[in-house]
Structures are given as structure tokens and as C-alpha cells.
Design a protein around this ligand. Sequence first.
Ligand code: GLY
Length: 314
Amino acid sequence: MPVMVASENGRRGMMAAMMLLREGGSALDAVELACRIVEDDPDDHSVGYGGLPNVLGEVELDASIMDGGATLRAGAVAAVQGYGCAITLARKVMEETPHVLVVARGAERLAAELGESPQDQRTEEALRRWRERFAERGLTPGATENLRSVARILTRPLNLQDKIYKAARVDTLGTVNFIALDAQGNLAAAVSTSGLGWKYPGRVGDSPLIGAGNYCDNRYGAAACTGMGELAIRAATARSLVLYLKCGMPLVEAGREALRDLLTLDAAEGQYMNIVTLTPTGEHAGFSTVPGKQYLFQRAEMDEPQLADRLMLE
Ligand code: GLY
């Protein structure tokens, strides 16, 4: 019965989590473990330690976790600096506070109260890439007074020819997400990100927003997003897809309806949205607004995760 789906960068996390699920572990533990593995990986520049910094050179992390059980419990943190375990903090918000979303200084205080050790989340490589983007634009890091303009310039794709190519080449977006179905039939979903590289300080994307980047309900299914978070926030993408399932649409139709919602937003060039989804019966699919995108899935009997193509609108 156990099944997992994830964004393309979730391979190592998925393999570890699937071992846990095979031993009877819960979907909630599986998605947290899987996210932690990606958060701790300095080579993933879109999540946790080593994530691409904001325009000021600070790494700010967002994450959410949702339990598809009867009470639809959820927890999230946003704009967290100095701690890398964003998904675990999100789970602590869910399990140890009466809240759903705790941000910035509050989330950092919570981390300290929980005994987590603060750690600079910036790696040399991420800082090198951060400085390079300023240099490419003839700007000096830290030498600007108008951060809004600088953030806008720095998050635009560079030297790209056509719209599809632009979408595929954007390097400032990234996130990891996992959805798991455990042997008891419970679904859980987790999303973690350092958000949009060179973002305006305090910018929060879809990943920590329940209903936008993450939604999970044992009765109908779960959905999680990667890509330009502003799109999923405006279309409430994750919740919409699950709602379409609740209304009786088949999985592929529900995903395509969520894509249709995104189309109406008239996204700027280079902005795209990806969705993964998993139902209580283990049916899974991935969707994207742009071609060439894939997602990972693994069933308990599979030795390793496999890639599958994300569907687009026909
Ligand atoms: N999807 C991640 C973000 O926009 O922050």
C-alpha cells in the first residue's frame, strides 16, 4: 500500500522515507524525514541549508506540513533565518502550539525553545551565485537603497530567447515537496523551500500557505506545488485540486482544472507552476504549466523512485 510522490529533487529523501513506510511508519514521519534530508543537503540551492539568499544575502526558509486525518491538522513556518530544519519547526507548530503558521522571529524563538542550534544557512557556493547575479547586472551587493527595484531586476530570467525556454531556465525558483500514503491509509504532505532567490526580504511564497502550496485530506487526496509561489497563492492551487477531487472529478481532470485556474493569471514570462498529487487509493499524477517537467513516485515494492512526466493542458 505505501506510495510516495515528490518533486524531482526528492530522490534521496524518498528512498529513506519509503524504508520507514515499509516498516509501518506513518505518512507524517515519512514526509518530515524526506524533507529533512533535502534541507540538510548543501547542494540543493532551493531548500534549507545552502538555499539561495534573498536580496540582502540572507537565507529565509518556508515550510509546511499537513496531516490528512480527520481534523486536517497543519503547521507552517515562514521567513525563518538561522535554522535549517524548517519542516520540523512546521511540525512543532502543528503539534505543540494552537497555531498553524508562525513566522520570522517567532519561528526562530520557537526553534531556540525547542533546543535547536542556530546555524548560518549560507554556503560559499550559494553566496558565490548570489554575488554573481549582482555582477551580471552591473550592481554591487549591499550598495543599493531601493531594494524593491533590485529584487525585481535580480529575479528576472537572463538572456533567454522564447517563453518556453525562459520557463525551463529560471534558476531562482525551487522547492521540495513530498506526499505519502502509509499502510494505515493516512495521507500526509510536506513542502520546504528557501523560496525565490534574491527575493525581497520577508517575501513568503506558497510553500508555507495551507491551501496554496500544500493541502491534504485523507478522504479525497493531497496536492503540493513547486514553482512561482505567487501563482499558487492567487489560485489556491493545492486546495483547489483537492476540492475538484471532492467534487468527483477524475484525478487527471482535477489536475488539469487546477492548471486552467493558473492559466487565467496570465503569468509573466519565466513563471511556471508544478503540482504533484496522490489519492487515498494510491493513484498519482504530476502537472505543470510548462513542458518537460517530471516528478518522482515510488510504491513500496519498487527498489527506487521513478520519474514520470507531468501532464499539461491539452
Ligand atoms: N514555490 C516556492 C516559492 O515560490 O517560494
